[in-house]
Structure formats: structure tokens, C-alpha cells
Design a protein around this ligand. Structure first.
Ligand code: BTN
Length: 230
């Protein structure tokens, strides 16, 4: 296990884009000045208040949606050791009590796959209140953790799930079981278009299968955002 630690970086994902390729190299920064989230959003990265972690892998044959699901599942398993209340929201966010606590940003380049994970650790919910989705942190949920252990457990889970993907043996039904969005009514946001649908399941490519008034559709993570309708 090789993990580099930095006081500050623009973004741990961007750092791994700039270094010579070294498989399974991990990097942690205490703060990021240009932390990025999915779909062009920024990621709040104040010093020590979150875990900002990225891991470098050889490229995979699998599509990015499926890889994102597997790495989201790996992050969920890591957090699940701290509390049984965590769950997943397709494609790869980890939630607890209706609020987002962690997110995954997988990025593919010609010679490498970069998996970035952000976990809110010490933020107050007030500090997270301006984000686009309700968010929380481990501390705000009263969940105790050990920073070093969290990093090494996350590293091991991500590497294990990389190998599962590589062998074609990551099971989407495991993901489905941890994702209560499946089997419920959802609101789909696709660019300017917003429509209601019912989430039927996740297919082998990691697409979310939804039933809409126009029939069955497959949603890919790069294009859409999905919210639960209560
Ligand atoms: C999301 O939008 O849910 C994904 C958030 C991913 C954030 C992490 S923090 C470490 C790594 N570096 C980045 O710039 N982003 C990811």
C-alpha cells in the first residue's frame, strides 16, 4: 500500500493525472483548493474537515458507469463498518438519514483510471447547507472514526473492487440491495428535462432502468441526476 500525504493540493484527482503512471498509488490531501465533484460541480474541501482521497489504477475494460458503481459500493462498505445506517444512491453517492456523506469521482484517461473519493468528516450541517443536496458528516451523525484506519480500509476496498471489475465479477445485485432508490418513484433530471419515473433496477452495465410514461429507459450516470420522490 503506497499512499502519499499532502497538506494541500488543488485536487487529489488532478495530482494523479500529472504524475508518471504508478499502479495502486494513493494520495490524500488535508485540503483541496479546487476539489471537484461529478458533473462539473465543485467539492467542498476545507482543511481536515473531510477525507480527500484518490487512487490510481490501470485502465479497465468496463464502462465508467459500472466502475463508478463498484467504487461507490466499496466506499459504502468502508463506511458500513462504522454504522449500519449508510446506504447508496445510484450511481455512487453514500447517504445516511436522507443526507449525502460521501461521493465518488471516477475519471478515465488514455493510460490510467483515477478514482477520487470525498467523505465529509467534521463539517457541521450548517457548513454544508449551501450545497445542492442535503448533506451531513460523520461527526454531525455522531459517528466515531479513526482517520488513518478509514484511509487504509478505503484503500483496500477500492483495490478489491478494482480487481472484481477487472475479472468481470462485480455483482450489481449487491449494489441494488444497498440502494433503496431501486423499487421507488424517482424524479429524473436530464439537462433541462425533468420527469417522473419508477426505478426498476440496475443492469449489468450499471445503467439505472426506469419506467417512464414513454416506456422503459436506461440512464447512464454521466447524463442524469436522480432524486427520490416521497
Ligand atoms: C461527487 O460529486 O459526489 C464526487 C465527489 C468527489 C470528491 C473527491 S475529493 C478527492 C477527489 N479529488 C477531487 O477533486 N474530487 C474527488
Amino acid at each position: 500500500m503506497k499512499i502519499l500525504y499532502f497538506e494541500e493540493l488543488p485536487s487529489t484527482n488532478d495530482y494523479l493525472k500529472s504524475v508518471p503512471f504508478e499502479p495502486f498509488l494513493g494520495v490524500v490531501a488535508l485540503s483541496q483548493t479546487a476539489g471537484r465533484g461529478r458533473r462539473g460541480k465543485s467539492w467542498l474541501s476545507e482543511r481536515g474537515k473531510g477525507l480527500y482521497f484518490s487512487l490510481l489504477f490501470p485502465p479497465l475494460k468496463e464502462n465508467l458507469t459500472l466502475a463508478g458503481l463498484a467504487f461507490g459500493y466499496a466506499t459504502y462498505l468502508t463506511l458500513k463498518e462504522l454504522s449500519p445506517d449508510f446506504y447508496l444512491k445510484w450511481p455512487n453517492d453514500v447517504y445516511i438519514n436522507g443526507k449525502k456523506v460521501a461521493g465518488v469521482l471516477p475519471e478515465i484517461l488514455k493510460d490510467r483510471l483515477i478514482v477520487g473519493v470525498g467523505i465529509n468528516l467534521l463539517y457541521t450541517e450548517e457548513e454544508l447547507s449551501s450545497l445542492s443536496v442535503p448533506a451531513t458528516s460523520l461527526k454531525a451523525q455522531g459517528i466515531e472514526f479513526n482517520y488513518g484506519l478509514l484511509v487504509s480500509n478505503l484503500y483496500n476496498q477500492l483495490v478489491e473492487h478494482y480487481h472484481l471489475l477487472d475479472r468481470g465479477s462485480f455483482k450489481v445485485d449487491e449494489f441494488e440491495k444497498a440502494c433503496p432508490l431501486v423499487g421507488s418513484s424517482v424524479k429524473v433530471i436530464e439537462g433541462e428535462k425533468v420527469y417522473n419515473a419508477f426505478a426498476l433496477g440496475v443492469d449489468r452495465e450499471g445503467a439505472l432502468i426506469v419506467e417512464t410514461s414513454e416506456g422503459i429507459k436506461r440512464l447512464f450516470s454521466a447524463e442524469v441526476s436522480v432524486r427520490e420522490v416521497r
